[in-house]
Design a protein around this ligand. Structure first.
Ligand code: HEM
Length: 181
């Protein structure tokens, strides 16, 4: 994944637990990179190792680390560093989610070597929608839940997120139902 992702993990750790903890986490991860360059692609393994080390050092389940990272990605990285792109995604939560399938098309203009997730939407109701998540990558389902939760917070809308199906149970992709009030 692009360096921006690893950098965001670093920022999240430093902001929540301090610089010293980050040094411990980095050493524990075995990742031998001095600093991450945002627009340079890195092996996915590096991102997984960093997330795993956060989980180990902070004694947090990996699912909680990924969820926190999803929220951070939307509320800090997205909103603060790519505010224009996030705004262009939609003027309210429902519109943003309906547009989600094409969201990373614009991101690919900045990061041409992106391996983006794929999203589809279905069952669009007044107060809910089904988000279908397809990925070549494993184990990021709680990251997606965190992203969706972050979007709710960004639009200041209380949301409920239910996982309707998952690859863990042998399905082809994940389906989340997100409802709002
Ligand atoms: C401006 C905001 C955003 C930027 C700059 C961005 C950029 C990126 C980048 C650089 C990656 C790593 C992939 C790679 O390097 O090959 C990524 C992955 C991902 N993004 Fe985004 N993204 C943004 C917003 C979102 C939002 C709002 C969602 C969903 C709600 C989302 C869902 C994902 C997921 C699930 C992945 C993991 C890739 C996978 O599942 O294969 N992103 N994104």
């Amino acid at each position: 994944m692009y360096g921006i992702v690893n950098k965001a993990i670093e920022d999240l750790v430093k902001a929540n637990f301090g610089n010293e903890k980050w040094e411990i986490i980095k050493a524990n991860s075995g990742v031998d990179v001095d600093f991450f360059v945002s627009n340079e692609p890195y092996d996915d393994d590096i991102t997984y190792k960093l997330a795993g080390a956060v989980s180990e050092v902070m004694k947090m389940p990996i699912e909680d680390v990924l969820h926190a990272f999803g929220e951070w990605w939307v509320l800090k990285t997205g909103k603060e560093k790519y505010g224009g792109l996030m705004m262009a995604g939609g003027s309210n939560l429902k519109d943003f989610l309906i547009n989600l399938p094409i969201f990373h098309n614009r991101i690919m203009l900045i990061y041409p070597k992106l391996t983006p997730p794929e999203f589809k939407v279905s069952d669009i109701q007044e107060n809910s929608i089904h988000i279908h998540y397809f990925s070549k990558r494993e184990g990021l389902q709680e990251f997606v839940r965190g992203l969706l939760s972050g979007l709710g917070k960004m639009y200041e809308v209380p949301v409920e997120i239910k996982l309707l199906q998952s690859r863990n149970e042998g399905n082809h992709h994940e389906i989340f139902k997100i409802s709002w009030t």
